[in-house]
Design a protein around this ligand. Sequence first.
Ligand SMILES: Cc1cc2nc3c(=O)[nH]c(=O)nc-3n(C[C@H](O)[C@H](O)[C@H](O)COP(=O)(O)O)c2cc1C
Length: 188
Amino acid sequence: MPHDPAPAARRLHPLLAGRFSPRAFDPSAAVTDEDLHLLLEAARWAPSAGNSQPWGFLAARPGERDHTRLLPHLAPSSARWAADAGLLVVTLARRTVGGSGVVWSEFADHDLGQAVAHLTFQAAALGLAAHQFRAFDLDGLTAELRPSPGWAVVAMIAVGRAAGGPPAVRERRSVADLRTAPWAEPPP
Ligand SMILES: Cc1cc2nc3c(=O)[nH]c(=O)nc-3n(C[C@H](O)[C@H](O)[C@H](O)COP(=O)(O)O)c2cc1C
């Protein structure tokens, strides 16, 4: 995969060009009530299939009771940096209608991801950074949070002030590969 070190050199929006997933957070930088509200406002206004809004968030900051419920479920690899972030968010998708097995939205996870993207870029606009992660005990966290039937824990996000910049090497597939890889033959 080619090393593509300069997203900022392309004419991307600065919030997109400057985004990265920090591997260290400043533990002294708090996420304020207003920041938290704006992050969830950004998620709230994301588009979704049929306006189904199949997303839910548990947000907790250091010192809050929910934060102490989340910390034991972090994997060692994420605990190294996520525990220092000013905010931890658990993301949940509404996949079925209660426990019925009837699909609430076939796009639930797609739409959740889009809401998280909105949250991520609102974070950047506030001078914060977000690192999404799966490195936690999914079964343990689900048992701890006991989401309502139909809802599933999907991922977590650490949000805070980055301590340090992006890594020197950031690999990405090329634009051409995005357009051609899904087809064995040239696309029609
Ligand atoms: C759904 C999801 C799960 C992720 N899980 C992890 C994880 O468990 N641990 C980790 O260090 N990073 C995790 N990441 C972050 C990615 O590794 C990161 O976005 C990718 O390497 C690109 O780096 P960048 O975000 O700095 O551009 C995850 C990202 C997403 C979107």
